[in-house]
Design a protein. Structure first.
Length: 37
C-alpha cells in the first residue's frame, strides 16, 4: 500500500495532462504565446 499514493499521484498527473491537452485543443485562444512556442 506504500506505492498506492505514488501511483495515485502519477494517475492524477496524467489526468491533469489530458485535461490540459483537451482544453488547449478546445480553447486555443486561452493558450499563452509561451506555451505555443
Amino acid at each position: 500500500e506504500e506505492y498506492e499514493p505514488l501511483s495515485r499521484a502519477a494517475y492524477y498527473k496524467a489526468v491533469l495532462r489530458d485535461k490540459v491537452k483537451k482544453m488547449e485543443v478546445k480553447d486555443p485562444q486561452q493558450i499563452p504565446p509561451k506555451k505555443q512556442a
